[in-house]
Design a protein around this ligand. Structure first.
Ligand code: FAD
Length: 449
């Protein structure tokens, strides 16, 4: 009786524990992907994420087929679809790698039970995090709310396991089960086709992910610490969408970095990803609720749609902010330093609720991540896991001087600020006055705490 491998945020063949276990079971294997837009509380994917998913699934389908396997696509509420598919195929086993979001865990737990009740073997595996959230606890047995001690506790654990090899051959089913046509899922934009910049920038799929990892470790990792904060330096790994979609496992990246002799701070960035997921696991409403409840008292003024629109479109009159927002719109990516600057500007100079910014990033980032995105927005807002939440207000002009001193980044994404005859947008706010207002608002929160 066949085994079903249910693929979710792990669109790869190498270091895929659920796939490995299915191979070891020695029965025909069917890969399954479910596009679930119906289950309760599942957050719908943003536009850029849908684009990525389409191409990454196409790549995975091809790679499974080359090895003799199959990927079938189904759309609908996951609990129903997985049970139906298992019944259809007369499956003897269903395997998957674990997910850590609240609604996803509820679905998976329910399914585990109902499939087992039907006599089907169900097993789940750790494939997407180096340290599963519940395994890292403080001395008092609680979860962590500060990064440094969290990461120290992770590093005190046994080292993450070595990555599993990529299978060469996969035994497919004797009859090909019915599958949706990927094109019918309408994951790609049609009119207007805004994905040109995404196509120019990215090649989704596991093979390109592995190439990028090799290239980064060969060419860039040595200068990572020195150059990672400069947005025009091309010094970071660009692996975030690969991790988001699981085209690479964190174990693969971890071990490849160590083997390459990396001693930079690169691995500690993976630690931030672990910490964001640790936080989401213990606080499933991270995208909608303040982690620190005293921030519920934040006196957000009434939303100015025009200001939000100017920010989204990169027309604020602040060169580095506009450059960042345009990089995002064009490529589905923005450099980390500029993410911090643009987020701080939205919250502290435009006084717009961090949730509006989080939603825009969710829709436009190819690496839009259920934990990393709200975690970092809350960090910038001060409502999150930051030890000094009340006073950090970036000045976009000083930040640009420091991190884009020669103006290369602004020149690339917002060239009118650099050209002699350019006609840049005028600043939509006064930095000094808005800074004062923000400090006053933060003072209110502080008093409420
Ligand atoms: P590298 O510097 O090469 O880092 C390697 C990996 O470490 C990244 O791919 C990522 O998986 C992880 N990482 C690095 N920094 C962070 C961080 N601060 N928090 C969590 N993980 C981190 N990252 C996302 O993956 N998805 C998001 O939706 C996302 N939204 C963000 C929103 C805001 C407002 C901010 C300030 C940051 C956000 N980040 C997000 C974190 C960070 O900006 C990106 O992970 C990073 O820019 C990706 O580029 P890279 O792969 O070249 O990073």
């Amino acid at each position: 009786s066949p085994s079903i491998v249910w693929f979710r945020d792990d669109l790869r063949l190498a270091d895929h524990p659920a796939l490995r276990a299915a191979i070891d079971r020695d029965e025909p294997i069917v890969g399954l992907y479910v596009l679930d837009e119906e289950s309760r509380d599942i957050r719908p994917l943003g536009g850029a994420a849908r684009w990525w998913l389409h191409h990454s699934l196409a790549s995975l389908e091809e790679r499974l087929r080359e090895r003799g396997g199959r990927l079938i696509l189904r759309r609908g509420p996951a609990d129903r679809i997985v049970r139906e598919t298992a019944a259809d195929l007369g499956a003897g086993a269903v395997f998957w790698n674990r997910r850590y979001g609240g609604p996803e865990r509820d679905i998976d737990a329910g399914l585990k039970q109902s499939l087992r009740d039907d006599g089907i073997e169900v097993r789940s595996f750790a494939g997407s995090l180096l340290f599963e959230p519940w395994t890292i606890t403080t001395g008092a047995g609680t979860h962590f709310s500060v990064y440094s001690p969290f990461w120290r506790a992770c590093l005190a654990q046994p080292a993450p396991r070595s990555p599993l090899p990529e299978p060469r051959k996969i035994q497919g089913p004797s009859r090909t089960p019915a599958s949706d046509d990927l094109a019918d899922w309408d994951l790609l934009p049609t009119e207007p086709d805004w994905a040109e910049g995404l196509r120019e920038t990215w090649e989704p799929g596991e093979p390109a992910a592995r190439r990028r990892l090799r290239e980064f470790l060969r060419d860039d990792v040595d200068s990572y610490d020195r150059a990672r904060d400069r947005p025009s330096a091309g010094a970071t790994s660009l692996l975030s969408p690969r991790l988001r979609w699981g085209e690479l496992s964190p174990h693969t990246i971890w071990h490849a970095s160590i083997e390459s002799g990396d001693s930079s701070g690169f691995l500690s960035e993976l630690g931030w990803r672990e910490f964001a997921w640790h936080t989401l696991f213990h606080f499933p409403d991270l995208a909608t609720k303040n982690l620190r409840s005293e921030f519920d008292a934040f006196p957000w003024p009434r939303l100015s749609p025009a200001a939000l629109r100017a920010w989204q479109r990169g027309r604020t009159g602040f060169p580095i902010v506009d450059a960042g927002m345009r990089e995002l719109w064009r490529t589905g990516y923005m450099h980390n330093r500029v993410r911090m600057i643009t987020a701080s500007f939205l919250i502290k100079n435009l006084m717009i609720d961090w949730r509006r910014g989080e939603e825009w990033f969710w829709d436009t980032l190819v690496d839009a991540d259920a934990a990393n995105n709200p975690f970092n927005w809350q960090w910038v807002a001060g409502s999150g896991a930051d030890a000094a939440p009340y006073f950090r207000i970036f000045n976009p002009e000083l930040q640009a001087k420091k991190f884009d001193a020669e103006g290369h980044y602004v020149g690339e994404w917002a060239p009118e600020y650099r050209a002699e005859d350019g006609q840049p947008p005028q600043p939509i706010v006064d930095l000094g006055a808005t800074r004062k207002d923000a400090l006053a608002a933060y003072e209110k929160v502080k008093q409420a705490s």
